[in-house]
Design a binder for this molecule. Structure first.
Ligand code: BGC
Length: 743
């Protein structure tokens, strides 16, 4: 991807339909098609397009779609920051006459959909607009100005949170030929820019990453057909059909089916207050065979229901899997099928929840919930090369942060989420995600870029604190049993502490010595107040629930001399609960990690793999193909917030751990744990130096480990018998005596 980090000087102007200037009423209008013909007479050595079309754009040159990107650019707070994309178009431009075509979608820029977060009332909202420059041989040759033409086309409706309606009869046949007669097209207007700074998008774009075929289909009594893709995912379907002109196909997307075989959208449609939910419509143009898929929306689903006229022949229905096109850089398989299925579910929930930005779920909300994002971030960085995408998203935090330092629960936001849905446990994504990026890739850009904002955030928490205790925010969201969930104060204060520790580390990285000491000291005070307020003695924090204990341990708040007691209480409470989980979003990260860091990987393993309600294994037993939002499956079936378990498998079963002192796996720690009935693991992660492999197998008395350590790195290998080896790059095999000690 070409990059131009310097601020670009634009010759182009923002253009749009005339409605923008004379008639803003937020009308629902078809997607605009833009056109520009130009002639180029010289040899083409190099050609690049710089384009920003918001909400989304599709670019064509001489009839060919430029790149296989979809849903570009990534959503942002458009009045603060807009992303432009650079395309290499050398192979698209010809000597002679050329035609450029651009279609714009509404996306989150012009959201028509009334919903509970009010994106339809966003102050940035306006009709779609376009900024375009074509640079040939280093010179801006064509750019958006009033000479362009525009017309409404066949996309008669597109709403990110509703769906897309396409009327094939309205296609603008030939519009991508240079000699097309566009005399009845409107001239565009030069329009006000969206307002935000223009920055190049330097993350991998969204793409159709895979095409799935239905595994089953059935007809309903009224003739509608339901297709099952066998997998919950984000994207849409592509249909191939034929039939009479003007006939309609209606596609509805869902992740559940009712007992009578019909689809059910009830549990995911509650936040959308107007228009259709997860619905696409296609009106046939009457060709022999028509292939169609939407462009400017996406859905979360496993099933689709297709309603069509009897005389339409539906020849094919394919599932188009869409997400940010990062590479897969991790792999985990083991002898335990429950774990393997959970790994599968996590990967799919992660992909479904990264369509441009990290989201909570791909259907009901599609929101950049900050808490969900940081909870799943380590899982993301082990499995996918997603650090650039996270960095792009984190930039938005600066845009949404109030001068007071406050951060909303969803990013981007139209203004919703400052007074509910946020708080330290969610907002700390602002510090945690840059930290994880640093830890797993060694890249400190997000830390350097956002340091002042992070500091402002921590100072805001200090302002809100009462004797170092924070009393607001979300707690252990969707906890199994509210009676045993910890107080919001315990949770929020623990994040306040972690934020101070991180800020102090970041201060060192950016060379702010005074801040380093200041926040370290503040952290110590918070720790003292935390223990004074919440520690009841005897290994018990607050009500002694799994999350309270896990939180105190994992967040680093337990005094060393009390640690063993707290760990034992946690182990005891899990055993007493028959290895069933008793926590929500936050506990799901704290508890397995707290146990494993303190020598109880086996207890965490049992907790994660048992198949009774409530627990992860229960989902697998019930046929989950993605992770659920709640333990009982009452809400969304494709949420990533409980998805840290994959990172846990890498860390504690494969045993591939980064070393915070030498981040980015410059130094690697390999510490596999052959616990309980686990017989073998193959775990690999491709860091920036190359592949790290930890592959082990054990019998009753022998443990065999094979490792691969990439060039320019070193590693410390800790075997189950606790012997330690220090190695540098290469392949190694270690064998040690092994006795399975069940605790
Ligand atoms: C979202 C969550 C989110 C939560 C916070 C929900 O509606 O789906 O994943 O973190 O709200 O309040």
């Amino acid at each position: 991807m070409p990059s131009s980090r310097m601020k670009r000087k634009w010759k182009a102007k923002w253009i749009g339909r005339k409605d923008i200037l004379i008639d803003w009423r937020g009308k629902v209008l078809p997607a605009p098609f833009f056109r520009k013909v130009f002639e180029y007479r010289e040899k083409i050595k190099d050609a690049k397009v710089y384009i920003c079309g918001i909400g989304y754009y599709e670019l064509y040159i001489n009839g060919k779609k430029v790149s296989d990107n979809v849903l570009n650019p990534v959503v942002s707070c458009y009045d603060k920051r807009v992303r432009y994309v650079v395309h290499d178009v050398k192979n698209y431009i010809i000597k002679g006459k050329n035609v450029i075509g651009v279609i714009l979608g509404n996306g989150l820029y012009n959201s028509n959909t009334p919903e509970v977060w009010h994106f339809d009332k966003a102050t940035w909202r306006d009709y779609p607009k376009l900024l375009f420059e074509l640079e040939i041989n280093g010179k801006v040759t064509v750019f958006s100005d009033k000479s362009w033409k525009v017309k409404n086309g066949p996309i008669i409706f597109d709403g990110l949170r509703n769906g897309e309606f396409y009327d094939g009869r309205m296609e603008l046949n030939g519009w991508l030929n240079f000699d097309f007669d566009d005399s009845n097209w409107e001239n565009v207007n030069v329009v006000p820019p969206p307002g935000g700074i223009l920055e190049e998008q330097l993350m991998p774009p969204c793409k159709v990453m895979e095409t799935l075929h239905p595994v089953k289909k059935w007809a309903l009594p009224n003739g509608d057909i339901v297709f099952d893709f066998g997998q919950n995912f984000a994207g849409w379907v592509r249909i191939v059909c034929s039939g009479e002109k003007g006939r309609e196909v209606i596609i509805k997307y869902a992740e559940r089916i009712k007992e009578d075989g019909d689809i059910s959208q009830e549990k995911i449609s509650c936040c959308i207050l107007g228009g259709e939910f997860q619905t696409d419509k296609y009106i046939l143009k009457g060709d022999k065979e028509e292939t169609w898929e939407p462009r400017f929306t996406y859905h979360g689903f496993r099933y689709v229901k297709i309603k069509k006229d009897i005389n339409i022949e539906l020849k094919k229905v394919e599932g188009r899997v869409v997400y940010t096109s990062f590479e897969k850089i991790g792999n985990f398989v083991s002898s335990n099928e429950i774990l393997n299925k959970l790994q599968h579910c996590t990967e799919w929930s992660y992909k479904s929840n990264f369509v441009g930005i990290p989201t909570d779920c791909p259907h009901r909300e599609k929101n950049g919930w900050t808490g969900d994002a940081h909870l799943a971030c380590e899982t993301g960085l082990y499995n996918f090369n997603s650090s650039k995408a996270y960095q792009t998203w984190i930039d938005n935090f600066i845009d949404v942060q109030r001068p007071s330092g406050q951060i909303p629960g969803i990013v981007p936001t139209s203004g919703w989420g400052y007074n509910w849905g946020n708080g330290p446990a969610w907002d700390s994504a602002f510090l945690l995600i840059p930290w994880y990026i640093y830890l797993y890739t060694g890249d400190k850009t997000a830390i350097e870029k956002n340091y002042e904002g992070m500091k402002k955030y921590v100072d805001y928490l200090t302002y809100m604190a009462d004797n170092n205790i924070i009393h607001f925010g979300l707690g252990d969201w969707l906890s199994v049993d509210l009676k045993t969930a910890p107080s919001i104060s315990l949770i929020s204060t623990s994040y306040y502490y972690v934020d101070c520790i991180l800020l102090s580390k970041f201060a060192e990285i950016v060379g702010k010595k005074r801040d380093k000491i200041k926040y370290k000291k503040l952290a110590e005070k918070i720790k003292y107040s935390f223990n004074k307020t919440f520690y009841k003695g005897d290994g018990i924090y607050e009500n002694g629930g799994q999350t309270a204990l896990g939180c105190a341990l994992y967040q680093g708040l337990v005094e060393n001399y009390e640690k063993e007691k707290v760990v034992l209480k946690l182990v005891e409470s899990i055993k007493l609960n028959n290895f069933k989980v008793n926590f929500g979003f936050l506990g799901a990260k704290f508890v397995p990690n707290a146990l494993s860091e303190n020598g109880y990987v086996d207890i965490a393993y049992k907790l994660i793999t048992q198949t009774e309600y409530p627990g992860w294994g229960y989902w697998v037993k019930n046929g989950a193909t993605t992770l659920w939002e709640t333990w009982d499956g009452r809400a969304s079936l494709n949420h990533i917030a409980l998805g840290d378990i994959s990172a846990w498998m890498y860390k504690y079963l494969g045993g591939i751990l980064p070393d915070p002192e030498k981040p980015g796996f410059k130094h690697i720690i390999i510490k596999p744990n052959p616990v309980c009935d686990l017989k073998w693991v193959i775990c690999e992660h491709i860091c920036k130096f190359g592949k790290i492999l930890s592959k082990w197998e054990r019998s009753e008395e022998k443990f065999v480990l094979e490792v691969e350590i990439p060039k320019n790195t070193t590693a410390t290998i800790i075997l189950p018998d606790l012997t330690t080896r220090n190695v540098k790059d290469g392949f190694y095999k270690f064998i040690c005596q092994f006795k399975n000690q069940q605790k």
